[in-house]
Design a protein around this ligand. Structure first.
Ligand code: ZN
Length: 236
């Protein structure tokens, strides 16, 4: 029997069954530091890569398996959104600095404020999208919080595509080209949502899934637009 160095619980085996700490907690040495670095660089990258790869190869089944308990190799859904939104915001911010010379000071500050808080805004939209998806698909076997996980993983797909699109935006010079590319990006977003829903809600007919995907996305967009308008009215 071993006494846990973290919580004092007495247990047998490799991990404390009360708090989960390893029974082999030795003095900190070079191996400990190396494991820390390895975990920071490799484990996070590995789970990040594993989740993203599966979300693009087989999104519906990946999310279904996650809900059913196959979770150890995945990054948690909200964490994934926060990481991707932060990468997006940082890239945008960095490229913005390069483009910023001719902009007005207060516009510049407002944009910077928005993008430094961008991930909070993005995370805040997940519950709304979960709500509109649940409203149309009405699958009784999933509770609201499971719809929230589905919404978070679908948002992660879109965020990843948006990150990849930043260099393209950076290269586009005319307003018309930017507008056209934004349209293409919106089509890709809706395509990803429909594709994932086709796999995830596969008990329904294809027609119903496509219709509900479009309707839930439209309602979501409408709610977001109303909220943004209300916030702008309140602020001004
Ligand atoms: Zn313990």
């Amino acid at each position: 029997m071993i006494t846990c160095k973290n919580c004092g619980h007495i247990f047998a085996g490799n991990y404390c069954n009360n708090c989960g700490q390893s029974s082999k907690t030795k003095r900190i040495d070079v191996k400990f530091i190396w494991t820390d670095i390895e975990h920071g660089l490799l484990h996070v990258n590995k789970t990040l890569f594993h989740s993203l790869k599966n979300l693009f190869l087989d999104p519906g089944r990946t999310i279904k398996e996650f809900l059913e308990g196959k979770r150890i190799h995945h990054i948690m859904p909200i964490s994934l959104c926060i990481i991707l939104a932060t990468i997006y915001a940082v890239l945008y911010h960095v490229l913005r600095i390069n483009l910023s010379t001719s902009h007005e000071r207060n516009v510049e500050e407002a944009t910077e404020y928005f993008f430094s808080h961008y991930y909070w805004f993005v995370v805040a939209t997940i519950p709304i999208y979960a709500f509109t998806t649940k409203l149309f698909f009405r699958f009784k076997q999933y509770n609201y919080w499971e719809y929230l996980v589905v919404a978070a993983y679908k948002l992660s797909q879109r965020l990843f595509v948006h990150i990849l699109s930043i260099p393209i935006f950076y290269m586009l010079t005319t307003d018309a080209a930017i507008k056209n590319f934004l349209l293409v990006l919106s089509c890709i977003d809706v395509g990803l949502i429909i594709w994932t829903n086709l796999q995830f809600f596969n008990q329904l007919s294809r027609f119903k899934i496509i219709l509900y995907s479009i309707l839930s996305t439209l309602l979501f967009t409408l709610i977001i637009l109303i909220l943004i308008t209300l916030i702008l009215i309140m602020v001004s």
